[in-house]
Design a protein around this ligand. Sequence first.
Ligand code: ATP
Ligand code: MG
Length: 487
Amino acid sequence: MGSPLSRRLNKPAEEARRPLAEVRPLEAPPPAPAPVAEKPTDDTHAYIPPPKRRTTPRVADLRRQLRPKLLAAPNEADEWRRDNAEHQKIIVDRLNVFLQRANLQLPKPEFDELREALLDDILGWGAIDPLVRDRSYSEIMVNGPEIIFAEKKGKLIETEYVFDDDDHADWIAQKIVRRMMRSFSREQPMTDARLPDGSRVHLIRKPSALQGTTMTIRKFPDKVLTVQDLIRFGSFTQDVADFLQACIVARLNIVVAGGTGSGKTTLLNVLSSFIPDDERIVTIEDAAELQLTQRHVVRLETAPPIPGSKDGTGQLVIRDLVKGSLRMRPDRIVIGECRGGEALDMLQAMNTGHDGSLTTVHANSPRDAIARLETLVLMAGMDLPIGVVRRQIASAVQLIVQQARLKDGSRKIIQVTEIQGMEGDSITMQDLFVYKTPDHKGAGPSHVGGGTLQPTGYRTKFGERLEQAGFKLSGKMFGGGVPNGAK
Ligand SMILES: Nc1ncnc2c1ncn2[C@@H]1O[C@H](COP(=O)(O)OP(=O)(O)OP(=O)(O)O)[C@@H](O)[C@H]1O
Ligand SMILES: [Mg+2]
């Protein structure tokens, strides 16, 4: 306690709301603190955080006091742009007027720092503005004001950026949710949103997020990754792409499984691109990320309750949308992710004529994906016996494609597994393709880079169905083996 930062954090809210004429003019600017790495106290193997790029204390103080005052209304600049010269001029002119009125003359470097800081807060995304604008970062993670990580080329690194304090991070969070008419407050402490460019944002705050405002931003890709891109990256082979295309056209129901950030949504998008143009597709997502190029697409996204409503008025959850979509005459339903009871509605839809549907689940192996689906179905609260649930899954889902982020940061398909049916009370499965590295011994896939997705020697049991859809796949594709199920 007692540091300039904690003093700022503990400052009463009234101070921030004082009219600008009362902004405290400081006599001499305090020297700018040099960026220093926080030194670890223990041995040489300890993690050393990068030097932090902190705003000087006086600029941070002025920035906090001034940012609400430079706007006629909190949302005035929500649609303005950081790179728009006219918008910048409006803010800088107002800043000059305020500083004059407060009789505050700042040395040029300090004025420049304050101007850029305010432009970032009002027109951009505050401390993380450079990360949001730099397209080479694919993900930004704010763990409270002090610690900001970002992913670049598959590698997660701690960045030099920091918010001045939690108010500062909250200012940006409010800006993000306001544009979407969502709220982020003690009443609504966790929410999802999107940046104007489509990037997905998850927000959570105190008391649940102990470090304060926590943001996870998944950047919207500049360019939608295509099947050819993923083959080029080595995420899967041309053979596997051909096989998956055949499965989609032949209307197999497919579940993409994978851990957080493993590339499930990207793969779902690529698989969806194989859906023929003349089919009606309904996509259902929490925060719309899919970018299908077909024209006959209805895009649905969940809706939060109207801010301030106590009884959830206006809310639509994935389950509502799945049920509703069945009345929209879809040929295909693509559900961004199954996370709850909607899994039951989806399986029922898959079993009742909406075959060729696609979804993702959070799971680390195909077997785990089945267990996850079972749990999700039980969450629907229908009290179904487990045997019934398994039978539903076994008859609804034909293929599980396992995606993973490997130890080297690359994202790949590591297993393509067919559901064969039931044996007693268990679901039987067969791997068709498994990712292996040369020195990998175990039966399952390898999780380190440098391998290939290899056929297991088992041929798909849906060969006839694929043929009827116009795909004659050679036995070589599957490693020259016998049809799956015939062994
Ligand atoms: N095969 C791939 N090769 C390289 N980068 C990829 C690949 N697949 C996805 N990515 C990138 O990885 C990041 C995460 O991808 P994606 O959003 O598809 O993952 P996810 O599993 O759906 O994540 P979440 O669990 O958060 O929903 C994105 O930046 C995406 O562009
Ligand atoms: Mg996803």
